[in-house]
Design a protein around this ligand. Structure first.
Ligand SMILES: [Zn+2]
Ligand SMILES: [Zn+2]
Length: 372
């Protein structure tokens, strides 16, 4: 089947602004959400189609490529495709976070197995921890299956009663003009049954909030806003559903010494104009021991020296970034009399050098013209 145009999928014009695209995508996602369309087998593919379109159009760079080369341009070009709707929730959690709760879980429905919610945890790490890698202990509140009722929500020994309003199906039929649509039963909120004797431990929810201690391994070289996925460490599933995942979002504190640019580190150092003119050995801090950097004679302010391999490692590879040292030449301000004399003398010599040079130049030029 031919792929539909992404703009057509989202129902926006080719000139649409980024937030217009985002809004359009949210509308589509709502409309074709698998939970709202359990009887419509097409809905899931429409839902995925919209997510695919948004993955491309929602990203300025990919959108540009798509505009120029069409589907051909974005296929297999950093574009992964989604295998399930859970993937979609994972990829666009920032959008769904506002709408559905973070993940596929916690939605209405019958007592069929439901996966647990994914969780997001913001972890602040120091610049050094990010550079060198670290193991960090975190404590997160997690919704876990209630031990007392084993997740049923009813006091042990009692059973929920079938809902009288929907007859246990969890949904009700409603007529709207020509259409009959099915809506979630308001009495049991889609569960199909009503807990008449709620469990005292979890108040009928079937789950309780508990603190969970986890170790998070920060890979060396990790960048700000990197996301680590801890499979199965999210909230417990309901009615036998699998647990969600925990996404740890790394926030790296800035450093007082180094600035970061990708895997390169940048520092800036001042040297005097004499050091710049005569050459100078500069001690430079690195992530480990300081190293010596020889600034050659006649270096200019703003020149950048590259120390290979002294930057940050790429997580999961042996490649290492560089340390870039930018020098700034400082002009002296408080000169004593003797220094000033020397500089004037220096200036005179410099002026003489220039005149000699100019004379030489004219001599040569003249020579050429005269054919000497
Ligand atoms: Zn309970
Ligand atoms: Zn009901």
């Amino acid at each position: 089947m031919a792929k539909r145009d992404y703009y057509e999928v989202l129902g926006v014009s080719r000139e649409a602004a980024q937030d217009e695209i985002k809004t359009a995508y949210r509308k589509q996602a709502f409309k074709f959400h698998p939970d709202r369309n359990q009887d419509d087998p097409d809905a899931e593919s429409r839902f995925k189609e919209a997510a695919e379109a948004y993955e491309v159009l929602g990203n300025a760079e990919k959108r540009q490529t798509y505009d120029r080369f069409g589907h051909q341009g974005v296929n297999g070009n950093g574009f992964s495709g989604f295998s399930s709707s859970e993937d979609i929730f994972g990829a666009f959690s920032d959008i769904f976070g506002e709408v559905f709760g973070f993940s596929a879980a916690g939605r209405g429905g019958s007592n069929r197995p439901r996966p647990g919610s994914d969780l997001r945890y913001n972890l602040d790490v120091t610049f050094r921890q990010a550079a060198k890698g670290a193991e960090v202990d975190i404590r997160i509140p997690v919704e876990q299956t209630c031990d007392t009722c084993n997740g049923s929500g009813s006091t042990p020994g009692t059973r929920p009663q079938a809902c009288s309003q929907c007859g246990g199906s969890g949904t009700m039929q409603q007529s709207q003009g020509f259409f009959r649509i099915s809506v979630t039963c308001p009495q049991c909120r889609g569960a199909g049954s009503i807990i008449t004797d709620p469990c005292g431990e979890c108040m009928g929810r079937g789950t309780v909030i508990r603190d969970k201690d986890l170790k998070v391994r920060i890979p060396a070289g990790v960048d700000n806003n990197s996301r680590l996925r801890l499979r199965g460490e999210g909230e417990a599933g309901m009615f036998g559903g699998p647990p969600g995942d925990l996404y740890v979002v790394i926030r790296v504190e800035p450093d007082s010494v180094f600035e970061r640019q990708g895997q390169n580190l940048i520092i800036s150092r001042e040297i005097s104009f004499v050091e710049a003119a005569l050459g100078h050995r500069l001690e430079v801090p690195t992530l480990d021991e300081p190293v010596n950097l020889d600034i050659p004679k006649g270096s200019q302010s703003g020149e950048v020296f590259r120390l290979r391999g002294l930057g940050l490692p790429h997580p999961g590879s042996s490649h290492q970034g560089d340390l870039l040292v930018e020098i700034r030449v400082k002009t002296p301000t408080h000169l004593n009399k003797r220094q000033e004399e020397l500089l004037r003398e220096f200036s005179e010599i410099e002026a003489k050098k220039l005149t000699t040079k100019a004379k030489d130049f004219f001599k040569k030029a003249k020579g050429k013209v005269m054919g000497e």
